[in-house]
Design a protein around this ligand. Structure first.
Ligand code: 13P
Ligand code: SF4
Length: 306
């Protein structure tokens, strides 16, 4: 039996489904039942009927699944698949901002630990950050942990005071503007599609800024034939399926998320067989962090924000 067939059989036996982010390796996306961006995966996890969710992504994604479905078993193919940015906030910084402003909302990017979510008022993803921040009644917003997404939101919502943090995604922060510029010179017709986690110099060159699914949708619906993609290279798998006729170009220093690439088919087989790596969220964080995430889902549903 092939590894793919073994996974299929194990999924049936264990009443399991596989959820994968667009940044995992193509062969992992190919065996997944659902592939999507962070918002899609969070929303989906809240409503799936299966007993077991195998989360092919980094730990904050599995945690979000567990927070929204505490009765389900969430299996992580690799417990060390982590997002460095998800830890880049201190409680002291949150406390200081709350003391400085009476009217403060702490808005937490979903790329954060359950503990950081437990200190926050509402979560956002890159797909809904602007609209959710816009809809909050608060004038002062501490946006954690991503400085680039925070700055992008601040530009889009100029009537609010957004406190910009220090955190960043190494993959998007270190993307080189000179390499994107070089690509534009080589492909003058190409549209630049960028994730808002990119540094300011790269975002300045973007024709479109959006989440991973936003980037994929933009390319899928566009009449253009060439795209420069400023996000993690894993999106290429879906882009090529949606637009086999188009050319997609990435920076020479290939943007690769090491945490996402730790997920392999063999590790999926192992956790499905053994039930190892079942994710638990510390009790003290589970309820407040779950509330922060549910507030995002409620606001998104209420306002029709995706
Ligand atoms: P999305 O919100 O587009 O899924 O992005 C998640 C992520 O980790 C980006 O680096
Ligand atoms: Fe974290 Fe960046 Fe990897 Fe996304 S691409 S999971 S933000 S390190």
């Amino acid at each position: 039996m092939s590894t793919q067939e073994i996974i299929k059989q194990l999924k049936q036996e264990k009443d399991a489904v596989i959820l994968a982010h667009y940044y995992v390796a193509p062969e992992v996306q190919a065996v997944a039942d659902y592939v999507g961006d962070s918002f899609y995966l969070s929303r989906l996890a809240a409503g799936l009927p299966n007993k077991t969710l195998v989360f092919c992504g980094v730990s904050f994604m599995g945690e979000s699944g567990k927070l929204l479905s505490p009765d389900k078993t969430v299996l992580m193919p690799d417990m060390e698949a982590d997002c460095p940015m998800a830890h880049m906030v201190t409680e002291a910084a949150v406390r200081a901002a709350r003391e400085a402003y009476d009217d403060l909302a702490v808005v937490c990017y979903v790329n954060s630990t359950a503990q950081i979510k437990s200190w926050s008022d509402v979560c956002v993803t890159s797909a809904n950050a602007v609209k959710i921040v816009e809809s909050l009644p608060n004038a002062h917003i501490l946006f954690i942990p991503d400085k680039n997404l925070a700055r992008y939101v601040a530009e889009q919502v100029p009537d609010k005071h957004i406190i910009i943090p220090d955190g960043y995604c190494p993959v998007h922060e270190e993307m080189r503007a000179d390499e994107i510029r070089e690509l534009r010179e080589q492909h003058p017709e190409a549209k630049v599609l960028a994730h808002p986690e990119c540094n300011a110099q790269v975002l300045e060159m973007a024709d479109y800024i959006g989440s991973t699914s936003g980037i994929i949708d933009f390319a899928a619906k566009s009449d253009e034939k060439e795209f420069i993609i400023a996000t993690e290279e894993g999106v290429l798998y879906e882009l090529e399926q949606k637009r086999p006729d188009a050319g997609f170009y990435f920076a020479r220093t290939r943007p690769v998320c090491e945490g996402m690439k730790r997920i392999t088919l063999e590790k999926i087989v192992h956790v499905l067989k053994t039930g190892e790596n079942s994710l638990h969220v510390e009790e003290a964080h589970a309820e407040p962090a779950g509330d922060t995430l549910r507030r995002m889902l409620d606001l998104a549903a209420e306002k029709g924000k995706s």
